[in-house]
Write a protein that binds this ligand. Structure first.
Ligand SMILES: C[S@@+](CC[C@H](N)C(=O)[O-])C[C@H]1O[C@@H](n2cnc3c(N)ncnc32)[C@H](O)[C@@H]1O
Length: 266
Protein backbone atom coordinates (compact mmCIF):
# COMPACT_ATOMS: atom_id res chain seq x y z
CA UNK A 1 0.00 0.00 0.00
CA UNK A 2 1.31 3.48 -0.91
CA UNK A 3 0.64 6.79 0.79
CA UNK A 4 -1.84 8.73 -1.43
CA UNK A 5 -0.15 11.16 -3.82
CA UNK A 6 3.42 10.12 -2.91
CA UNK A 7 4.01 6.71 -4.50
CA UNK A 8 5.97 5.89 -1.32
CA UNK A 9 4.99 2.65 0.44
CA UNK A 10 3.13 3.30 3.70
CA UNK A 11 5.68 1.38 5.76
CA UNK A 12 8.54 3.57 4.48
CA UNK A 13 6.89 6.62 6.12
CA UNK A 14 6.88 4.96 9.55
CA UNK A 15 10.39 6.19 10.40
CA UNK A 16 9.21 9.81 10.28
CA UNK A 17 7.24 9.19 13.45
CA UNK A 18 8.77 6.17 15.20
CA UNK A 19 12.33 7.16 14.34
CA UNK A 20 12.12 10.87 15.10
CA UNK A 21 13.65 10.48 18.56
CA UNK A 22 15.10 6.99 18.33
CA UNK A 23 17.64 7.44 21.13
CA UNK A 24 15.01 8.80 23.54
CA UNK A 25 12.68 5.93 22.59
CA UNK A 26 15.42 3.33 23.12
CA UNK A 27 16.56 4.65 26.49
CA UNK A 28 13.49 6.26 28.07
CA UNK A 29 10.50 4.39 26.63
CA UNK A 30 11.36 0.86 25.48
CA UNK A 31 12.93 -0.26 28.80
CA UNK A 32 9.52 0.31 30.40
CA UNK A 33 8.19 -2.60 28.33
CA UNK A 34 10.63 -5.14 29.81
CA UNK A 35 8.07 -6.98 31.99
CA UNK A 36 6.14 -7.83 28.83
CA UNK A 37 9.20 -9.21 27.03
CA UNK A 38 10.29 -11.34 29.98
CA UNK A 39 6.77 -12.74 30.51
CA UNK A 40 6.23 -13.68 26.85
CA UNK A 41 9.70 -15.20 26.40
CA UNK A 42 9.11 -17.24 29.55
CA UNK A 43 5.69 -18.48 28.41
CA UNK A 44 7.07 -19.36 24.96
CA UNK A 45 9.94 -21.25 26.60
CA UNK A 46 12.55 -19.33 24.59
CA UNK A 47 15.77 -21.23 25.08
CA UNK A 48 19.27 -21.90 23.78
CA UNK A 49 19.25 -22.90 20.12
CA UNK A 50 15.90 -21.30 19.25
CA UNK A 51 15.97 -19.31 16.02
CA UNK A 52 13.83 -16.30 16.95
CA UNK A 53 12.44 -13.43 14.85
CA UNK A 54 11.04 -10.30 16.48
CA UNK A 55 8.64 -8.48 14.13
CA UNK A 56 8.39 -4.68 14.54
CA UNK A 57 11.39 -5.01 16.84
CA UNK A 58 11.71 -1.30 17.60
CA UNK A 59 15.10 -0.54 19.10
CA UNK A 60 15.76 -4.20 19.85
CA UNK A 61 15.53 -4.59 23.63
CA UNK A 62 13.30 -7.67 23.34
CA UNK A 63 15.91 -9.23 21.04
CA UNK A 64 18.65 -8.45 23.55
CA UNK A 65 16.68 -10.20 26.30
CA UNK A 66 15.93 -13.24 24.08
CA UNK A 67 19.66 -13.52 23.33
CA UNK A 68 20.35 -13.68 27.07
CA UNK A 69 18.22 -16.86 27.08
CA UNK A 70 20.44 -18.31 24.34
CA UNK A 71 18.25 -17.69 21.29
CA UNK A 72 19.79 -16.84 17.93
CA UNK A 73 17.86 -13.72 16.90
CA UNK A 74 16.74 -11.73 13.88
CA UNK A 75 14.53 -8.65 13.75
CA UNK A 76 12.71 -6.33 11.40
CA UNK A 77 11.33 -2.83 11.80
CA UNK A 78 10.10 -0.19 9.39
CA UNK A 79 12.06 2.54 11.17
CA UNK A 80 15.66 2.75 9.99
CA UNK A 81 16.64 4.84 13.01
CA UNK A 82 15.18 2.35 15.51
CA UNK A 83 16.73 -0.57 13.60
CA UNK A 84 20.12 1.19 13.87
CA UNK A 85 19.81 1.09 17.68
CA UNK A 86 18.63 -2.53 17.53
CA UNK A 87 21.77 -3.46 15.54
CA UNK A 88 23.98 -1.59 17.99
CA UNK A 89 22.41 -3.51 20.87
CA UNK A 90 22.61 -6.85 19.09
CA UNK A 91 25.89 -7.23 17.19
CA UNK A 92 25.90 -10.06 14.68
CA UNK A 93 22.10 -10.36 14.51
CA UNK A 94 20.34 -10.01 11.17
CA UNK A 95 18.20 -6.91 11.75
CA UNK A 96 16.43 -5.61 8.67
CA UNK A 97 14.64 -2.38 7.82
CA UNK A 98 11.45 -3.41 6.06
CA UNK A 99 7.76 -4.19 6.05
CA UNK A 100 6.22 -6.84 8.29
CA UNK A 101 3.88 -7.69 5.39
CA UNK A 102 6.81 -8.96 3.29
CA UNK A 103 9.32 -10.60 5.62
CA UNK A 104 12.70 -11.02 3.91
CA UNK A 105 13.29 -14.56 5.16
CA UNK A 106 12.59 -17.96 3.63
CA UNK A 107 9.65 -20.09 4.69
CA UNK A 108 10.25 -22.19 7.84
CA UNK A 109 13.28 -20.15 8.97
CA UNK A 110 12.32 -19.71 12.66
CA UNK A 111 11.33 -21.75 15.73
CA UNK A 112 9.84 -18.70 17.47
CA UNK A 113 8.34 -15.44 16.21
CA UNK A 114 7.42 -12.64 18.59
CA UNK A 115 5.85 -9.25 18.05
CA UNK A 116 5.30 -6.80 20.89
CA UNK A 117 2.47 -4.41 20.09
CA UNK A 118 3.63 -4.48 16.46
CA UNK A 119 0.65 -6.28 14.88
CA UNK A 120 -2.60 -4.39 15.14
CA UNK A 121 -6.15 -4.50 13.88
CA UNK A 122 -4.94 -2.54 10.85
CA UNK A 123 -2.05 -4.89 9.99
CA UNK A 124 -3.57 -8.42 10.15
CA UNK A 125 -1.87 -9.77 7.00
CA UNK A 126 1.46 -9.71 8.83
CA UNK A 127 0.13 -12.80 10.66
CA UNK A 128 0.25 -14.72 7.34
CA UNK A 129 3.93 -13.80 7.03
CA UNK A 130 4.66 -14.92 10.60
CA UNK A 131 2.99 -18.25 9.81
CA UNK A 132 5.05 -18.62 6.62
CA UNK A 133 8.46 -18.03 8.25
CA UNK A 134 7.76 -20.35 11.22
CA UNK A 135 8.83 -23.97 10.91
CA UNK A 136 6.19 -26.67 11.58
CA UNK A 137 5.70 -26.82 15.34
CA UNK A 138 7.04 -23.27 15.65
CA UNK A 139 5.71 -20.97 18.37
CA UNK A 140 4.31 -17.46 18.00
CA UNK A 141 3.80 -14.90 20.75
CA UNK A 142 2.22 -11.55 19.96
CA UNK A 143 0.98 -8.82 22.22
CA UNK A 144 -1.54 -6.06 21.53
CA UNK A 145 -2.95 -3.19 23.54
CA UNK A 146 -5.94 -4.36 25.58
CA UNK A 147 -8.82 -2.36 27.04
CA UNK A 148 -7.03 0.95 27.43
CA UNK A 149 -9.90 2.99 28.85
CA UNK A 150 -10.25 0.76 31.91
CA UNK A 151 -6.49 0.54 32.51
CA UNK A 152 -5.35 2.26 35.73
CA UNK A 153 -2.56 3.82 33.66
CA UNK A 154 -4.85 5.12 30.88
CA UNK A 155 -3.75 8.64 31.86
CA UNK A 156 -0.29 7.92 30.44
CA UNK A 157 -1.67 7.43 26.91
CA UNK A 158 -4.16 10.32 27.03
CA UNK A 159 -1.88 12.90 25.31
CA UNK A 160 -2.01 10.79 22.11
CA UNK A 161 -5.54 12.13 21.68
CA UNK A 162 -4.05 15.52 20.79
CA UNK A 163 -3.53 14.12 17.27
CA UNK A 164 -5.91 15.11 14.45
CA UNK A 165 -9.29 13.35 14.59
CA UNK A 166 -8.55 10.93 11.72
CA UNK A 167 -5.31 9.84 13.39
CA UNK A 168 -7.09 9.31 16.73
CA UNK A 169 -9.69 7.15 14.91
CA UNK A 170 -6.86 5.12 13.38
CA UNK A 171 -5.24 4.68 16.81
CA UNK A 172 -8.59 3.25 18.01
CA UNK A 173 -8.69 0.79 15.07
CA UNK A 174 -5.14 -0.27 15.89
CA UNK A 175 -6.18 -1.61 19.29
CA UNK A 176 -9.10 -3.70 17.98
CA UNK A 177 -7.13 -6.97 18.20
CA UNK A 178 -7.27 -6.85 21.99
CA UNK A 179 -11.04 -7.38 22.04
CA UNK A 180 -12.20 -10.76 23.35
CA UNK A 181 -12.11 -13.33 20.56
CA UNK A 182 -10.54 -11.03 17.95
CA UNK A 183 -6.95 -12.25 18.15
CA UNK A 184 -7.97 -15.88 18.57
CA UNK A 185 -10.09 -15.70 15.42
CA UNK A 186 -7.37 -13.93 13.44
CA UNK A 187 -4.64 -16.42 14.37
CA UNK A 188 -6.87 -19.42 13.68
CA UNK A 189 -7.90 -17.97 10.30
CA UNK A 190 -4.21 -17.95 9.27
CA UNK A 191 -3.74 -21.60 10.28
CA UNK A 192 -2.43 -21.32 13.84
CA UNK A 193 -3.43 -23.91 16.45
CA UNK A 194 -3.52 -24.00 20.25
CA UNK A 195 -4.22 -20.27 20.51
CA UNK A 196 -4.03 -19.11 24.10
CA UNK A 197 -4.93 -15.66 25.38
CA UNK A 198 -3.06 -14.23 28.36
CA UNK A 199 -2.87 -11.10 30.43
CA UNK A 200 0.55 -9.58 29.99
CA UNK A 201 2.19 -7.52 32.76
CA UNK A 202 2.80 -4.02 31.44
CA UNK A 203 3.79 -1.09 33.63
CA UNK A 204 5.49 2.15 32.76
CA UNK A 205 7.37 3.90 35.56
CA UNK A 206 8.88 7.38 35.43
CA UNK A 207 10.96 9.43 37.83
CA UNK A 208 8.97 12.64 37.25
CA UNK A 209 6.44 14.31 34.91
CA UNK A 210 9.13 15.87 32.70
CA UNK A 211 10.85 12.52 32.05
CA UNK A 212 7.46 10.93 31.34
CA UNK A 213 6.65 13.68 28.82
CA UNK A 214 10.04 13.27 27.13
CA UNK A 215 9.68 9.46 26.92
CA UNK A 216 6.15 9.67 25.55
CA UNK A 217 7.14 12.31 22.98
CA UNK A 218 9.55 9.77 21.43
CA UNK A 219 6.78 7.37 20.31
CA UNK A 220 5.01 7.16 16.95
CA UNK A 221 1.51 8.19 18.15
CA UNK A 222 3.05 11.15 19.99
CA UNK A 223 4.58 12.31 16.71
CA UNK A 224 1.08 12.46 15.24
CA UNK A 225 -0.07 14.60 18.18
CA UNK A 226 3.03 16.81 17.91
CA UNK A 227 2.29 17.40 14.23
CA UNK A 228 -1.14 18.64 15.26
CA UNK A 229 -0.38 20.80 18.31
CA UNK A 230 3.41 21.26 18.34
CA UNK A 231 5.97 19.71 20.67
CA UNK A 232 5.79 22.38 23.38
CA UNK A 233 2.02 21.97 23.78
CA UNK A 234 2.29 18.17 23.68
CA UNK A 235 4.88 18.17 26.45
CA UNK A 236 2.96 20.75 28.51
CA UNK A 237 -0.22 18.63 28.31
CA UNK A 238 1.72 15.46 29.18
CA UNK A 239 3.38 17.07 32.21
CA UNK A 240 -0.01 18.31 33.41
CA UNK A 241 -1.48 14.81 33.01
CA UNK A 242 1.36 13.29 35.08
CA UNK A 243 1.33 15.93 37.81
CA UNK A 244 -2.10 14.69 38.86
CA UNK A 245 -0.57 11.21 39.39
CA UNK A 246 2.37 12.14 41.63
CA UNK A 247 2.81 10.10 44.83
CA UNK A 248 5.10 11.05 47.64
CA UNK A 249 8.38 9.10 47.54
CA UNK A 250 7.21 6.77 44.74
CA UNK A 251 7.67 6.74 40.96
CA UNK A 252 4.91 7.70 38.54
CA UNK A 253 3.33 4.37 37.69
CA UNK A 254 1.01 3.44 34.82
CA UNK A 255 -0.38 -0.11 34.66
CA UNK A 256 -1.74 -0.65 31.15
CA UNK A 257 -3.90 -3.50 29.94
CA UNK A 258 -1.95 -5.57 27.37
CA UNK A 259 -3.19 -8.84 25.87
CA UNK A 260 -0.94 -11.62 24.64
CA UNK A 261 -1.62 -14.50 22.26
CA UNK A 262 0.47 -17.65 22.16
CA UNK A 263 -0.03 -20.01 19.23
CA UNK A 264 1.62 -22.84 17.35
CA UNK A 265 2.06 -23.64 13.65
CA UNK A 266 0.82 -27.22 13.28
C1 LIG B 1 4.38 0.05 19.40
S1 LIG B 1 5.95 0.04 18.59
C2 LIG B 1 6.62 -1.46 19.25
C3 LIG B 1 8.11 -1.50 19.14
C4 LIG B 1 8.76 -2.60 19.94
N1 LIG B 1 8.22 -3.90 19.57
C5 LIG B 1 8.60 -2.37 21.42
O1 LIG B 1 8.21 -3.29 22.12
O2 LIG B 1 8.88 -1.27 21.89
C6 LIG B 1 5.50 -0.38 16.93
C7 LIG B 1 6.70 -0.62 16.01
O3 LIG B 1 6.21 -1.07 14.76
C8 LIG B 1 7.05 -0.57 13.74
N2 LIG B 1 6.29 -0.66 12.48
C9 LIG B 1 5.20 0.04 12.11
N3 LIG B 1 4.76 -0.35 10.90
C10 LIG B 1 5.59 -1.35 10.50
C11 LIG B 1 5.65 -2.18 9.32
N4 LIG B 1 4.75 -2.07 8.34
N5 LIG B 1 6.62 -3.11 9.27
C12 LIG B 1 7.53 -3.23 10.27
N6 LIG B 1 7.53 -2.47 11.39
C13 LIG B 1 6.56 -1.55 11.52
C14 LIG B 1 7.38 0.83 14.23
O4 LIG B 1 8.52 1.37 13.62
C15 LIG B 1 7.57 0.60 15.73
O5 LIG B 1 8.90 0.28 16.04
Amino acid sequence: MTRPGTGVPQWAMVDQGWGHKAVDFATLSEPGNCREYVAVHHRLGVDAGDRLLDVACGSGLAIELARLRGACCCGIDASARLAAVARDRNPGCDIQVGDMHALPWEAASFDVVTSFRGIWGTTPDAVAEIHRVLCPGGRAGITVWGHLKISPGAWALAPFRLAAADKVDNQAAMVSLGRPGAGEQLLQSYGFAGVERLEVPFTWEFADPELYARALAATGPAYEAIQNVGEAEFRRAAVEQAQAQLRDGLPLRADINVVGYLARKP
